[in-house]
Design a protein around this ligand. Structure first.
Ligand code: SAH
Ligand code: SF4
Length: 381
């Protein structure tokens, strides 16, 4: 059995080098080859001591995830479906914009939280991804994009843990992932360009504040407990007042002085004028002075059997206006990658039926050969 070097942050890699009888500083060289240059073979690593280069292949590897498919959207969004074994697949989405390139990464195969409006939640939980499997999504996307855009500049400038899964229910694997993303010898992202999105795993929010306080997005979706209990079942364990307390405790460590609340707009469910008023009340009055925050309204992306529909556009805009007028900066998320089902909550929707997974994957494999078109953004051109 070889060790996957994508499983290590720099500290872990240094310990591994020591175990091999090598100096710890070798780890920095190795780390840079892997993450900055995208090397997948040790014989490429020309400035690494020959003894180490010869030792490594028998004990270690750099293990990419097999790509089941790659699709590109007319708007430049790219979606990968990665095979994580046993009929499980996870998705990663790259969203190019004029001034940034955002990668949306998965943390679990499936999800145990089971939110009503989320297709991943409807799939149920398969397993946690390893550190190496989460990082491979960035490693693969970054170096694929650099090659195809013919650039040595960084392409992924922002990472959001908003793919499949609840990142704070895979905490042990997540923390080294974040450390590698932040490390200047690897991807060098700033803490404000790295966002963990959570449905509200309160104890782990506190630990994240201690261990690796990156930007935090909290999936709220409802202005009171009765509705949130129904939409986000985790609310029964950590109700709104505890969740908002945890947000207040997180803020002093956070890279920004506000929390982003995500709110999925569901027709007739949580999108009425009274919901906007209740939301304003909740967020402005919690513990007297409220929670410093911004709100991001996400138009619901429908999927089969959800029994839900998206609020009509005018109602979404009206809801945003009420919140803005009430003093909370509110934006409406642009939907990207619609034509390839890359939008929030649609991820791996078509591998939902697990009995069909092998057949579907075979079909996907056939589609890998399709040429892909990459739309260059201004910054990358
Ligand atoms: N589990 C984490 C992160 C992954 S979900 C969380 O829940 O925050 C990322 C975001 O997509 C969350 O805000 C989630 O509520 C939202 N989302 C899930 N399904 C959606 C759907 N069908 N339409 C729109 N947004 C959705
Ligand atoms: Fe899990 Fe997030 Fe989907 Fe809820 S919205 S089921 S927490 S992935």
């Amino acid at each position: 059995m070889t060790v996957n070097l994508l499983d290590f942050d720099l500290e872990g890699l240094a310990a591994f080098c020591e175990q091999l009888g090598e100096k710890r500083f070798r780890a920095v060289q190795l780390f840079r080859w892997i993450h900055q240059k995208g090397a997948s073979r040790f014989d490429e690593m020309t400035d690494l001591a020959k003894s180490l280069r010869e030792k490594l292949p028998s004990v270690a590897d750099i293990s990419d995830l097999p790509v089941l498919s790659r699709q590109d959207s007319a708007d430049g969004t790219i979606k990968w479906l990665f095979d994580v074994g046993d009929g499980n697949a996870v998705e990663t989405v790259f969203i190019p914009e004029d001034d940034r390139g955002t990668l949306c990464i998965s943390s679990q195969a499936g999800c145990a939280v089971g939110c009503r409006f989320c297709s991943t939640g409807h799939q149920g939980f398969s397993r946690n991804l390893t550190t190496g499997e989460i990082l491979a999504q960035l490693w693969h996307a970054e170096h694929f994009l650099r090659k195809h855009l013919n650039t040595s500049d960084r392409v992924v400038t922002n990472v959001v843990m908003m793919g499949m899964g609840e990142p704070l229910q895979n905490y042990t694997a997540l923390v080294p992932v974040l450390r590698v993303m932040l490390d200047d010898h690897a991807y060098g992202l700033s803490r404000r360009r790295l966002t963990v999105s959570t449905s509200g795993v309160v104890p782990m929010m506190d630990r994240l504040a201690q261990d690796c306080p990156v930007a935090l997005a909290v999936s709220l979706h409802a202005p009171h407990d009765a509705l949130r209990d129904d939409l986000v079942p985790l609310n029964r364990k950590y109700p709104l007042s505890e969740l908002l307390d945890a947000c207040l405790r997180y803020l002093p460590a956070a890279p920004r002085d506000f929390i982003t609340f995500e709110y999925c707009m569901l027709d007739g469910v949580n999108d009425q004028p009274e919901h906007a008023l209740q939301l304003l009340d909740l967020l402005r009055k919690h513990r007297g002075s409220g929670v410093p925050c911004k709100i991001n309204l996400i138009p619901f992306n429908p999927f089969p059997d959800s029994g839900l529909t998206c609020s009509p556009r005018p109602r979404v805009l009206e809801f945003a206006r009420r919140l803005n007028d009430g003093g909370i900066v509110t934006t409406v998320r642009k939907t990207r990658g619609d034509d390839i089902d890359a939008a929030c909550g649609q991820l791996a929707g078509d591998v939902l039926d697990r009995t069909n997974v092998a057949e579907r994957m075979a079909r996907r494999r056939d589609s890998v050969a399709r040429p892909i078109r990459i739309v260059r953004t201004e910054r990358q051109a």
